[in-house]
Design a protein around this ligand. Sequence first.
Ligand code: ATP
Ligand code: MG
Length: 158
Amino acid sequence: DWINFTSLFNRVIDRFDLSKSQNVSFKRLLIEEAVFVEIDQDKITQVLDNIISNALKYSPEGGQVTFTTSYKDEFLLISVKDEGMGIPRDKVEKIFERFYRVDKARTRQLGGTGLGLAIAREMVEAHGGRIWAESEEGKGTTIYFTLPYDPAQEDEWT
Ligand code: ATP
Ligand code: MG
């Protein structure tokens, strides 16, 4: 279906904003206008849910989570950045593997199966996009993903 990603993303962020128990602030740097992408709304919602719940799970007290959308070539680029403990450089690519968890002792208390990002990668790639992470230990992590976007299609809506 053709989905307005701006309002979908805002709705998902609102839901986390209302239900989060941590003292973490949200900052939205989103494209303001409607951006239509052809996606499976439930699947991309699941991708966003996982990325945002990870960002919250690994955020420190008083941390900030920043959400962005921007146009990048023929894609819409989405990012979720946190100020958490980060991921060691040699482990960053591994977090997308099934059942992989960076620190077993640490993640045991935080819960989870280690499947979230593997599923997210599968779903993003099934949409023709890519997903990756950039992280600096002690500073934070940013998860990026892209979705194919056709500006010509946009003109047909207006
Ligand atoms: P699930 O999502 O299945 O509940 P999970 O969150 O542990 O479990 P993934 O979402 O696949 O699994 O993430 C895999 C691992 O990557 C996590 O266990 C954690 O070690 C690391 N990770 C993911 N996101 C972050 C983040 N924002 N900051 C630090 N580490 C992260
Ligand atoms: Mg997860």
